[in-house]
Structure formats: C-alpha cells, structure tokens
Design a binder for this molecule. Structure first.
Ligand SMILES: Nc1ncnc2c1ncn2[C@@H]1O[C@H](COP(=O)(O)OP(=O)(O)OP(=O)(O)O)[C@@H](O)[C@H]1O
Length: 270
C-alpha cells in the first residue's frame, strides 16, 4: 500500500493497472539535433528497469522527458496514467539528477526537513514528516551522519542525500540518473538492495540509468540505448539468450554490430 501525503490526488482505479511509464513514438529535439527518435517502451511498476547505453546516447534526455522537465517532446508519453509533466505527478515521482541538489550549509536532516516541508506542509503533519525524514535517512544509510553539514560530506554521501530527498513521500516512480557513479562496491551493492526492496515492498517502479554494463545484470528489465534509439527491451536473461551471449555487455555489443550491419545493408540497397 502506498503512502500518500494529504492533498496528493489518488490515481483513478484504472490508472493503478497502467505501467509506470508508457512511451510511443517519443521524439526529443535539443538544439539542432534530434536526440531521441521515435522511441516506444514501457517501465513496469514494482520492478527495477535499467536504462543502459554509452555516454551521450540520450539517457538523461529520456529521463528528463519522463519527469516533465524536457522541452520539445513529441509523441505519447504517459507516466502513472497521466501525460508526462502533469502537475499531479509532482509528488508521485522521485527524481535524482547526476548533480546532487543539496544545501551545503544545512545538515543532512535539515536538508530533508526542508524538502519534506515543501512536499507535505503544515503543522498538522509535523510528526509524519519527521517519520518520513528519519526513514529516508536510514534507507540511504546516512543515520550516523544525520547531523553533519552536507558541505562536509563526501561526493557519494552527498548523492545519497539527494536520493533520500527523492524517497520522501514514498514516490510511485523513481527516476535515478546514474545514482551509483563514484560509489565504492559495498555501497553500490547496498543501494541496489535498496532499489529492489523499494520495488518489491513498496511496489514502486524504478528507472535507473547507468553506462556501466555490469550494473545491467542487477536489473529486472533493461532498455538498451544507442544513439537516441532503443536497441533492445527485455530481461537480462532474455537478452543474453536471444543473442547467444554470456553477459549483457556481450549482448549489447552483438546488438550494436547487428544494427550497424542492418544500416549498411539499407545504405547499399538505396
Ligand atoms: N542543450 C543541448 N543542446 C543540444 N544538444 C544537447 C543538449 N544537451 C544534450 N545534448 C546532446 O544530446 C545527446 C544526449 O545527451 P544526454 O545527456 O541525454 O546523454 P546521456 O546518455 O545521458 O549521456 P551521459 O551518460 O554522458 O550522461 C548528447 O549527444 C548531447 O550532446
């Protein structure tokens, strides 16, 4: 059962059944370039979907479109049953960008208190806010640092403060842009355990980008991207089996070679 802050509209009954994200013919233009080209994909609820591909392929752009901060988006993009960017989605999505957005002159707890008060204002909800803040700090393993100034934390700790902010309010969809970059192996493992727990226990849909292929093996489902297109969409197992590969990385390279060969054939037959 999801927690909803007071004032957050509950989804219509039919919406509960819809995937967390459904895109059809999604196209995004940035500056002079078409960065995403006619993408179709879904992100289910209750699972961890990895968005993998090389630097510059369009992962952040796709995430920005999903959370409603990207201009020049065309096609269909439904998020939790509503059009992407709908005001009612603001409190239902948690988003963490690559740059941690925390106030250096506030402690970890004060940062969380501040964002919790924006999400769930009013004196009447003070106890609930305190519980949510304490839980979010514990979720990202920062309880021993709760009273430390954010400016005195390491890079990895600061990005975990951002993640804790995104967890406030028990969002139904979490969009995390490279959340494990620069973290040590133990912390990476712990965070992936947290991501799966959020999916399994709270039913959240998670869309997590990475350009590190070994992280792909940790996802329930994968969207493999290259140059603004989705090369494959499926479970790690299905991708490995379908391409006769031992690893997702080998499957990705196989798909890249296949796509390059197909486009050469198209060129020569013109
Ligand atoms: N403001 C902009 N104007 C024009 N092109 C842009 C702009 N921002 C990004 N791009 C281009 O859009 C493409 C996709 O960028 P995006 O940041 O989505 O990639 P990414 O896969 O997230 O990369 P990374 O893994 O390095 O973060 C890149 O080729 C980039 O050069």
């Amino acid at each position: 059962m999801m927690n909803y802050f007071s004032g957050t509209p509950r989804p219509d009954p039919g919406e509960e059944e819809s995937p967390a994200v459904r895109a059809r013919d999604l196209t995004v233009v940035r500056g002079p370039r078409t960065v995403l080209r006619g993408l179709g994909f879904t992100v289910p609820r209750g699972q961890v979907t990895g968005l993998l591909g090389p630097s510059g392929c369009g992962k952040s752009t796709l995430m920005r479109a999903v959370v409603g901060t990207q201009a020049k988006v065309t096609g269909t993009l439904d998020v939790l049953g509503l059009p992407a960017g709908h005001p009612a989605l603001r409190t239902r999505i948690g988003y963490v960008t690559q740059a941690p957005s925390v106030y250096d002159d506030l402690s970890v707890r004060q940062n969380l208190d501040y964002f919790a008060a924006i999400l769930d204002p009013g004196r009447a909800s003070a106890d609930r806010r305190r519980d949510h803040v304490t839980r979010a700090i514990a979720d990202v393993d920062l309880t021993p640092h709760a009273d430390a100034l954010a400016g005195n934390l390491s890079g990895g700790q600061r990005s975990r403060v951002s993640l804790a902010v995104a967890l406030l309010g028990a969002p139904e969809l979490l969009v995390l842009d490279e959340p494990t970059v620069g973290l040590d192996p133990v912390l990476r493992r712990d965070l992936w355990q947290l991501f799966h727990a959020l999916a399994a226990d709270r039913g959240a849909g998670l869309l997590i980008s990475s350009h590190v292929m070994d992280e792909a093996e940790r996802c329930d489902r994968l969207l493999l991207m290259r140059a603004g297109e989705i090369l494959a969409d499926g479970t790690p197992d299905a991708l490995r089996t379908g391409t006769g590969s031992d690893t997702v990385e080998a499957a990705f390279l196989h798909l890249v070679d296949e796509a390059a060969a197909a486009s050469r054939t198209k060129e020569t037959s013109r």
